[in-house]
Design a protein around this ligand. Structure first.
Ligand SMILES: Nc1ncnc2c1ncn2[C@@H]1O[C@H](COP(=O)(O)OP(=O)(O)OP(=O)(O)O)[C@@H](O)[C@H]1O
Ligand SMILES: [Mg+2]
Length: 354
């Protein structure tokens, strides 16, 4: 997979007021503005039905936006351009390979229909197969290779036409967890080597963080936050984004004199008196001795994760909280532990408006 690659620069994709309404009362995509700089891998992340595939199909030219929307590739307006003239590559969950063709024939198919000579095709296909690590499978029929290998054939086939934008719709969803984890690293490396502009749809947040330069978190037909994986994780813009990406604790209460009081202690929060909800991640909590802790809790559950141990702890809030402690920490159900929470990691998040 690490052969020298002829660089095919991607285009900048500019989406302006692009919406899609299939049914008047529930637009699949509300009018959306979005610029994807050339070479960026943008991940669309969100729950089922939020509009990810619709946005991808609009970029591909498989759907037309509602009136008023426009899509540009670099300076070129492609809004009315048919998919076959947009020069986009697509990779789907189902791969959509030709089962009776060999690996090489599948990869070369797009070049063949574009009239590329057999000789040139062969060179190109060999180069692509080397890149995705499938040289030895060139002559094998695609129905006689594994799921992960098929996925790489689909990727090589999409890259063969030197797409201006590569669109991937849950390309790893059909694979088992360990293969998925392995391939997402490989795909990210390949896309970066190509410096191709890519839009990658997933509803797996770990995959989104591993692959994306930026992540667009979507909910109900709109992008609720778009930023680097780090910012989306550490500074989610809304409650929805906070809960969809990673695990978040929520503790409700009232702040008086800068402290949030709970039955089992209090938390230094600062700011004016208010009723609020505090949000923090399991890894932002540190387990300390119970003696002098401002906040104590009782362990009611513990899950071993290898490097860490996730504790379920009752602190007298509405719900128990989750804490990631070092796996070496010796705690048992019923133990009382002291808790300290990094103040900078405690967020107060605006309610979602939709
Ligand atoms: N051709 C269509 N006709 C009518 N409604 C559609 C059509 N395509 C999509 N929709 C609706 O638009 C909304 C968004 O669909 P979309 O396929 O974009 O979701 P998604 O985010 O890709 O979901 P998933 O994760 O399940 O693939 C859904 O409510 C869906 O039912
Ligand atoms: Mg979809």
């Amino acid at each position: 997979m690490n052969q020298a690659v002829r660089i095919a620069h991607g285009v900048t994709v500019e989406i302006a007021s692009v919406g899609k309404t299939f049914q008047a009362r529930h637009p699949a995509l509300l009018p959306t503005d979005l610029t994807i700089p050339a070479g960026e891998i943008l991940v669309l992340l969100g729950p089922s039905g939020c509009g990810k595939t619709t946005l991808l199909r609009l970029i591909a030219g498989l759907e037309q936006p509602d009136p008023g929307g426009s899509i540009r590739f670099d300076q070129e307006d492609v809004t009315g351009t048919l998919i076959e003239h947009r020069q986009v590559g697509m990779v789907f969950q189902s791969y959509a390979l030709f089962p009776n063709m060999t690996v090489a024939e599948n990869v070369g198919y797009g070049l063949k229909v574009r009239g590329v000579t057999k000789c040139k095709r062969q060179v190109e296909v060999e180069r692509l197969l080397a890149m995705v690590g499938l040289t030895e499978f060139a002559a094998r029929r695609v129905d006689r290779i594994s799921g992960g290998q098929r996925q790489r054939v689909a990727l090589a086939r999409a890259l063969a036409i030197r797409p201006r934008v590569l669109l991937l719709d849950e390309p790893l969803a059909a694979l088992d967890a360990s293969l998925r984890e392995h391939l997402r690293v490989e795909i990210a490396a390949l896309l970066r080597a190509f410096r191709i502009t890519a839009v990658y749809v997933t509803h797996d947040q770990a995959e989104a963080m591993a692959i994306g330069d930026r992540i667009a978190v979507m909910s109900r037909g709109r992008i609720v936050q778009i930023d680097t994986p780090e910012v989306v994780y550490q500074r989610p813009a809304t409650r929805f984004a906070a809960q969809f990406v990673g695990v978040m604790n929520r503790v409700d209460g009232c702040v008086r004199g800068g402290r949030l009081s709970l039955p089992s202690g209090s938390l230094e929060i600062g700011g004016s008196d208010r009723d609020t909800a505090l949000w923090f991640r399991p890894e932002s909590v540190r387990v300390i001795g119970a003696e002098n802790a401002g906040l104590v809790g009782t362990v009611i559950g513990s899950t071993f994760f290898g490097a860490t141990r996730r504790l379920t702890v009752v602190i007298g809030a509405e719900k128990p909280i989750l804490i990631d402690a070092p796996a070496t920490l010796g705690v048992a159900n019923g133990d009382r532990i002291g808790l300290s929470i990094e103040r900078s990691a405690v967020l107060e998040l605006p309610e979602d408006t939709v």
